[in-house]
Design a protein around this ligand. Structure first.
Ligand code: AQP
Length: 331
């Protein structure tokens, strides 16, 4: 069976609708016919400042959201990145075959470092994509289900993995990004030309664990466009197009069909349907997360079992990579 690997950072307590439609939902769908590894990437979550107690809690909540979103810890390998030391160990080796210029071209780094300013930008934020390459290569993943914003990082993973293979001998499978077009990028409800993002808090963000009343209010006050017709037009009607994308993704109705259903009706009606569709997902999701968090010891035990399963792949892979590089094997 082809293998998939993906992860999300526990930087916020809640995942948002973009994380769900762009990634999590896909993860759940893929676990039936793939050998799936899904990881809470906490090492990635300390690159821009964090609170230790909050991080611990958010890692649990993130794992609970994976499960509530449909990841089955029996069928998939669900684990926390810092529970496996091989990720950081391989990342060092890969950072030694990644060009400084190559890493400098990553647009996520350019955007985030511009936001933080030079003094608050860490070396960890810069080498973040190299750690991500290690995450993926360590499991010999064939596919990486992510949103469009991660395409460049997966390309870098292929480049670095390919370089390792040609320099030291065939070791890693080169992964392909798996990015379903329809939900590749969900936009901010207040600024529908910008991606919905955890690090841009505000009324344009739909957090899955937020109070349903807040979610309703945010959708109601989503920026729409001039005109009155419910039609998808990314260029001229980005707000309406984003709502149509969300509604279509959640209901499985093609956009053209929704446009037809809304002919002669206005944006208010569209928002009502979007609210209903989002709450249909969010309410049972929140209920499941609450249940899982009620028993943190059970959740931790489940993550420990996941880390053990991950070890069976990660440990021999790292050993092989170390041998190929020329490190003297320990006695
Ligand atoms: N708006 C989005 N539309 C579709 N997919 C999205 N993803 C994120 N935003 C959207 C996908 O969700 C996963 C989250 O990975 P991450 O935790 O590493 O976070 P990220 O890529 O940095 O994006 P976030 O969650 O919005 O955080 P910030 O604010 O840091 O950018 C990935 O698969 C991503 O593609």
């Amino acid at each position: 069976r082809p293998r998939v690997f993906s992860g999300m950072q526990p930087t916020n307590a809640s995942l948002h609708l973009g994380n769900y439609l762009g990634a999590l939902r896909q993860w759940a769908a893929m676990q039936d016919d793939h050998d799936a590894f899904y990881c809470v990437v906490d090492l990635h979550a300390i690159t821009a400042g964090h609170d230790p107690a909050e991080l611990r809690e958010r890692s649990r909540v993130t794992a609970a959201q994976y499960i509530a979103g449909g990841v089955d810890p029996e069928r998939s390998t669900l684990f926390v990145q810092s529970h496996r030391p091989e990720h950081a160990q391989l990342a060092w080796v890969l950072s030694c075959i990644t060009g400084f210029g190559e890493a400098s071209r990553m647009t996520q780094f350019k955007d985030k470092s511009a936001r933080h300013g030079a003094d608050a930008t860490t070396v960890g934020l810069f080498t973040y994509p190299v750690l991500q390459a290690a995450d993926i290569l360590l499991y010999n993943a064939d596919f990486v289900p992510v949103g469009e914003d991660q395409r460049q990082h997966v390309e870098l993973t292929r480049d670095v993995g390919g370089r390792f293979n040609s320099r030291f001998g065939e070791t890693f499978v080169l992964p392909k990004p798996f990015i379903p077009e329809a939900t590749a990028k969900i936009y901010d409800l207040q600024d529908p030309t910008a991606k919905m993002s955890k690090s841009v808090a505000g009324a344009g963000l739909i957090e899955l664990l937020d109070d349903p009343k807040v979610i309703e209010k945010r959708i109601k006050s989503a920026v729409t466009d001039t005109g009155r017709d419910v039609l998808a037009d990314r260029e001229n009607k980005p707000g309406v197009t984003n709502l149509l994308t969300i509604l279509s993704a959640l209901t499985g109705r093609p956009i053209a069909q929704i446009e037809q259903d809304f002919s002669g009706r206005g944006y208010g009606d569209l928002k009502k349907e979007v609210i209903a569709a989002v709450l249909d997902v969010v309410l049972p999701f929140q209920q499941r997360v609450r249940e899982l968090l009620d028993d943190p010891a059970e959740l931790d035990a489940l993550l420990a079992r996941g880390a053990e399963k991950a070890q069976a792949t990660a440990e021999p892979m790292l050993r092989r990579a170390y041998e190929r590089v020329g490190f003297l094997a320990p006695m």
